[in-house]
Design a binder for this molecule. Structure first.
Ligand SMILES: CCCCCCCCCCC/C=C/C(=O)SCCNC(=O)CCNC(=O)[C@H](O)C(C)(C)COP(=O)(O)OP(=O)(O)OC[C@H]1O[C@@H](n2cnc3c(N)ncnc32)[C@H](O)[C@@H]1OP(=O)(O)O
Ligand SMILES: NC(=O)C1=CN([C@@H]2O[C@H](COP(=O)(O)OP(=O)(O)OC[C@H]3O[C@@H](n4cnc5c(N)ncnc54)[C@H](OP(=O)(O)O)[C@@H]3O)[C@@H](O)[C@H]2O)C=CC1
Length: 293
């Protein structure tokens, strides 16, 4: 009997990004750090960027040691500031040789009802989650992708039913959803795909620190309603981002992937209670990597 030959060539290979250069904003911790680790482990050169210069350098070193990839660079940047973004993009091209992938992950907000929200607070969140990613897209397009093509993934947050206590972020993410769709059409002829990932509740060290003790007590009430019956991991978001960046998603643009364990399907009028279970466990990397995200 002749030996069978596997003629299939799956996109899921360990060297899949070995000729790629990526920028991940907010790569110093949490979801952004996980994305940077996964890209680096698949061979990409990576620049991570955030405002705290010490943290971003430490994270770059940590990603190098976890993945064995030497081509990881931390650059201080505030995505809300145009000059800072211009510097990030120029330095990234100098260090990496180009920018094939952009992950607009940096962002965040604080809980606050509109009646207590200051104009300054509103602006800070709109700038962090809409204006900043817009400047990033534009600068990367002008400086590299217009000539060379590329793939962009924007990290959003669920926004379709409004966002009580976080009106600023709901409005910004809704704007980013629309921008993702617009850019996917305007930039398709330049060879650029633009997609989004919408994480549900992804609980990790810095997230808990940001929202504090009060939030932790709310978490268990919500968890019981989620079909998967748990919160997500940074790695579970990262896998979706790498998929969208890769050629496995070559027919996807202007789209989004919701990574939320079914959380957005819950409605206040739903009569169905998910029976308690633990049959859909989280995808996790090794513990020694997990502890560094
Ligand atoms: C207890 C119930 C909690 C319910 C929570 C539900 C949680 C479900 C969440 C699921 C969806 C999303 C999850 C996530 O995104 S997790 C990631 C969390 N991480 C972050 O958000 C980090 C990034 N965030 C920030 O850096 C800040 O929030 C901010 C975007 C505002 C930027 O902060 P920065 O300090 O740089 O901003 P400014 O100094 O320019 O501040 C400008 C003004 O903004 C107002 N402000 C800022 N922080 C707060 C606050 N904590 N509370 C109220 N107001 C705030 C304020 O007016 C600032 O001006 P002043 O300092 O002059 O007063
Ligand atoms: N965790 C969750 O449940 C969810 C998260 N998301 C979104 O996913 C993204 C990542 O979340 P997560 O990892 O949890 O958040 P973290 O708070 O853990 O990390 C946020 C990262 O963004 C950086 N950052 C924030 N503002 C700026 C800025 N103006 N310029 C440059 N960098 C900035 C932070 O560094 P530094 O402060 O030093 O600048 C940090 O590296 C965010 O956009 C978040 O809103 C969406 C839905 C759910």
């Amino acid at each position: 009997m002749s030996k069978s030959v596997n003629l299939a060539s799956s996109v899921f290979r360990t060297d899949i990004f070995s000729n790629k250069c990526s920028i991940v904003t907010g790569g110093s911790k949490g979801i952004g750090k996980a994305i940077a680790i996964e890209l680096a482990s698949l061979g990409s050169k990576v620049v991570i960027a955030s405002r705290n210069s010490k943290e971003i350098q430490e994270s770059a070193e940590s990603i190098k040691s976890i993945t064995g990839n030497e081509h990881i660079y931390g650059i201080e940047c505030d995505i809300r500031k145009e000059e800072s973004v211009k510097n990030l993009v120029k330095s990234s091209i100098d260090k990496l040789g180009g920018i094939n992938f952009l992950v607009n992950n940096a962002g965040g907000q604080f809980p606050c009802p509109v009646e207590n929200m200051t104009i300054k607070g509103w602006k800070a969140v709109i700038e962090n989650n809409l204006h900043g990613p817009f400047i990033m897209c534009k600068e990367v397009f002008d400086s590299y992708m217009k000539e060379n093509g590329g793939s962009i993934v924007n990290i959003l947050a669920e926004f379709k039913r409004g966002f009580p206590l976080m009106a600023h972020t709901g409005a910004a993410r809704s704007g980013m959803d629309n921008l993702t769709k617009t850019l996917s059409m305007e930039w398709a002829s330049y060879g650029i795909r633009v997609n989004a990932v919408i994480p549900g509740t992804i609980v990790h060290k810095s997230m808990i620190k940001h929202y504090g003790e009060k939030f932790t007590s709310v978490l268990d009430i919500l968890r019981k309603k989620i079909p998967v019956q748990r919160y997500g991991t940074c790695e579970e978001v990262s896998g979706a981002v790498c998929f969208l960046l890769s050629d496995a998603a070559s027919f996807m643009t202007g789209g989004s992937i919701i990574v939320d364990g079914g959380q957005t399907l819950i409605t206040p009028t739903s009569l169905f209670n998910v029976p308690e279970h633990s049959k859909l466990p989280a995808f996790q990397w090794l513990n020694n990597v997990k502890s560094k995200i």
